[in-house]
Design a protein around this ligand. Sequence first.
Ligand code: ADP
Ligand code: MG
Length: 259
Amino acid sequence: MAFLQLKSVGQTYFSKQTATTALEDITLSVSEGEFVSFLGPSGCGKSTLLSIIAGLLRPTSGTVTLRNQIIKEPHAKIGYMLQQDYLFPWKTIKDNIMVGLKLQNCLTKERIDYTFSLMKEIGLHDTLDQYPSELSGGMRQRVALVRTLATSPQILLLDEPFSALDFQTKLKLEDLVASTLSEHGKTAILVTHDIGEAIAMSDRIILFSTKPGRIFRTFPVSGHLRKRLPFEARQHPDYSVMFQQIWEELEQIEQNDTE
Ligand code: ADP
Ligand code: MG
């Protein structure tokens, strides 16, 4: 049984005058504990697909199932993290990280302690009484990660969570997110347009083509890279080989696009 299964998922956006097909015939499955990246040029439907998996958007065709249950609406089992951290500026960090638990009515001592332990793990335990404006962009994304993990989702959906950060912060955060997710055995889907990030972080990369968004190619990442943290993976010879290969495929997608 596949953990997450997408069957012939399609999405067309309708307006009064136009119909835009953002996604067509997306079929894929993700195993429990797997880290998959959706890679592709802007506009190929990556965020649309993530919203569908999150249950925020009903696909115009096809189905998404998590452990054989059709996803029809947002779900506590699914955690969603975006480019912007969406922390509430008027709440302390402590109140921000408890938001999900509060909404789900499960502010038990056990859950609260677990959330504090996550804050310790990511090295921000001493910021609990501060406000988001007092933290750097990278720190805020780490807080957003804790908030997402606090409710123990079975799957994490990450939509370009590092793209607003400077390069050094991004590299550090990639390692932190990768190690935290693997320690907690989480399944994750990362949306990115950054080839290097996809290679360094994933077990498998799914490359999308545009107009409409379709699966163009799937690349398994070598064991050598998978067993390393992202920063170290970037130094491995397999990394540049794979980078070159995906780069060429992306060039082809862009060429097809302009034809
Ligand atoms: P990506 O995340 O890969 O950049 P998106 O999923 O945001 O791509 O968008 C895919 C396509 O769907 C684009 O052509 C975009 O303009 C269109 N689109 C996205 N959201 C909407 C919407 N709410 N209404 C109409 N068209 C949309
Ligand atoms: Mg997007």
